[in-house]
Ligand binder design. Structure first.
Ligand code: DGY
Length: 327
């Protein structure tokens, strides 16, 4: 009998096509929203395999109830919605979709940086409000990026592409901080490793590309912003949980830092009355890092191929908890 898969949201059809061609029985949940916890458990109980999204909370209670699952393949590079330790305890492989969305996400970081440095979202809002009046020699000036220092927090795939974009376009000096040095990325990008405090002190643009983990949760807080230049811009395209939003608002209101570009907020969605939305040197996007046809198609393909590869070879292509394969 063929294995049954639940895809928890409508995603690019390539996933369903590949899985069906490989002989799986696929059910796609048809809703135009994330499944509720109860819906997810009810439907996951009936299948062998889950193809999940970041909006599905797969916590320990979920895995205790659905420990029959043979593999969870996530349609996202981030997996902070999944209690991987719990999945590992139940020997369930968890996969994600790195690489295929790196260009798209780096583009959003790069775009936010340019937008904020020239207050573009703010100027656009002035036009919408009928406030484009006349040439203003001194009002709402931005700053130029040429020769500035880019600080990358989390020099992995996305951070490296951002570094290359900034070096190529603006000749920016690149410094970075990671838990461990990434020598390969240093060679590729010319980025220089610095400690966390130096990253905060020296960056003109500080761009966050790390995963959300217990170590990075709320790391960019009042104390961190206080160590940054008052001309610096904070960019976050990874997870909103890495910064403390109340502290960020305060740092911007008190001119502790100059600006911020966010594709991720805390919480998501951001409320329409959030003060960040009315600040001239802030640009906010609704978590669209991977929202290109190419990236989303690549994510669907890889999420399906991880499952197919697991049943064919015993090994998914991009697994998060490889230790389960050994046991
Ligand atoms: C990811 O893949 O982690 C992106 O943030 C989309 O959820």
């Amino acid at each position: 009998m063929s294995k049954k898969i639940l895809i928890t949201r409508i995603i690019p059809p390539v996933a369903e096509e590949l899985l069906q061609q490989a002989g799986f029985t696929v059910t796609v949940w048809p809703g135009d929203r994330a499944m509720t916890k109860d819906e997810l458990i009810e439907h996951a109980r009936k299948v062998d395999i889950l193809l999940s999204l970041g909006s599905n909370k797969l916590d320990r209670a979920f895995f205790e109830t659905c420990n029959h699952l043979e593999i969870v393949s996530q349609f996202a590079v981030g997996f902070d919605n999944i209690d991987v330790a719990a999945a590992t305890d139940f020997k369930i492989p968890v996969c994600n979709t790195p690489d295929v969305l790196s260009e798209a996400t780096a583009d959003v970081a790069f775009g936010l940086m340019i937008n904020v440095s020239r207050k573009m979202f703010y100027h656009h809002k002035l036009i919408l409000k009928g406030e484009w009046k006349q040439f203003e020699p001194l009002k709402n000036l931005g700053f130029e990026l040429t020769g500035k220092t880019l600080g990358i927090f989390g020099l992995g795939r996305i951070g490296s592409i951002m570094a290359q974009r900034c070096k190529g376009a603006y000749g920016m000096k690149v410094i970075y901080h990671n838990r461990n040095r990434n020598i390969e990325a240093e060679k590729e990008t010319g980025a220089q490793y610095v400690d966390f405090d130096t990253l905060l002190h020296d960056s003109d643009i500080l761009s966050v590309h790390s995963a959300l983990t217990p170590e990075t949760k709320g790391l960019f807080n009042k104390q961190a912003f206080a160590k940054m230049k008052n001309t610096a811009v904070f960019i976050n395209t990874s997870r909103g949980g890495v910064h403390n939003e109340a502290d960020l608002i305060e740092a911007l209101q008190n001119n502790i830092i100059w600006g911020a570009g966010l594709d991720v907020t805390n919480p998501e969605p951001m409320q329409a009355d959030n003060p960040l939305l009315n600040m001239p040197s802030v640009a906010v996007l609704p978590h669209i890092g991977s929202a290109t046809i190419e990236a989303r198609t690549g994510m669907a393909r890889l999420a399906a191929e991880n499952i197919i590869s697991f049943y064919k070879t015993g090994k998914p292509i991009t697994i998060v908890n490889a230790e389960v394969l050994k046991s």
